[in-house]
Design a protein around this ligand. Structure first.
Ligand SMILES: Nc1ncnc2c1ncn2[C@@H]1O[C@H](COP(=O)(O)OP(=O)(O)O)[C@@H](O)[C@H]1O
Ligand SMILES: [Mg+2]
Length: 261
């Protein structure tokens, strides 16, 4: 079988009694790259957090399945073991845990007990991936994300992605804070992941990233819903014309899910 399928149906999510997602439908299959675009405050990161099981996000309606398994029944670590991965918009700093140790534990958490990755094999894989992403080798010995620049944090998320090799990845604003050279390197890493066994959801505010990672499908999120879907040409049009035309087409005045929600 080629890859996994993540199926999100009619997802409603509430944070602190405010409804943020109001019925999101999205299916990502192995081999597919999807982009979710949209102005700030429309619920994109909420979608990512809800899929990964952030406790603050209450699912009030709808379902999430990975290959038919109910994701909402899984604990956060089970979701990762099942093959889901999230590169966070704002990665957290973990003091006292080196990047290298964190990565090795994360890889081993996905493997059976007694089948841990041999240390030398891990080091070899990590080193070659650090090279590919042009990350200074010393970073692996620093505490995870502590004192990392914005760009280093983003590269580190892709380092995790490439070493963990999830079935389905959600990359939230992976391009923010990257200069053009870093953007190219990070995109190259993500493109290297392309295979029948890997499906990806790329969340981005700007079209820029999609010049380097061409999505198969583009979705626009507004007011906590996917209001429009299409191919790469949709991203091109957004780049050229912004979001106003969609708002006019759909009669939307305020695209956010903010105060009036
Ligand atoms: N942890 C949170 N606590 C309170 N409000 C939140 C939280 N996360 C998101 N929100 C609110 O949900 C709405 C959508 O936010 P978000 O999903 O981050 O949007 P986007 O990623 O599209 O910019 C915003 O109004 C935001 O303030
Ligand atoms: Mg966001």
């Amino acid at each position: 079988m080629a890859g996994s399928t993540l199926e999100i149906k009619n997802l409603h999510v509430t944070i602190e009694d405010k409804e943020i997602l109001k019925g999101v439908d999205l299916t990502i299959k192995g081999g597919e790259f999807h982009a979710v675009m949209g102005p700030n405050g429309t619920g994109k990161s909420t979608l990512a957090s809800a899929v990964m099981g952030h406790p603050k996000y209450e699912i009030t309606e709808g379902s999430i399945h990975l290959d038919g398994e109910d994701v909402l029944e899984m604990e956060v670590d089970e979701r990762a073991r099942a093959g889901l991965f999230l590169a966070m918009q704002y990665p957290s700093e973990i003091s006292g845990v080196t990047t290298s140790d964190f990565l090795r534990s994360a890889i081993n958490a996905k493997r059976e007990e007694g089948d841990e990755i041999p240390l030398m094999k891990f080091i070899k894989e990590m080193d070659s991936t650090l090279d590919a992403l042009e990350i200074d080798k010393n970073m692996a010995q620093r505490y995870l994300n502590e004192g990392f620049s914005g760009g280093e944090k983003k590269r580190n998320e892709i380092l995790q992605l490439m070493l963990l090799k999830p079935e389905i990845a959600i990359l939230d604003e992976i391009d923010s804070g990257l200069d053009i050279d870093a953007l190219k390197i990070v995109s190259k890493g993500i493109n290297q992941m392309r295979s029948e066994n890997f499906g990806c959801l790329i969340i981005t505010h700007y079209q820029r990233l999609l010049n380097y990672i061409e999505p198969d499908y583009v979705h626009v999120m507004m007011q906590g819903r996917i209001v429009k879907s299409g191919g790469p040409e949709l991203a091109q049009r957004l780049e050229a014309e912004g979001y106003e035309w969609i708002k006019e087409e759909l009669g939307i005045e305020d695209e956010t899910v903010g105060q009036n929600a």
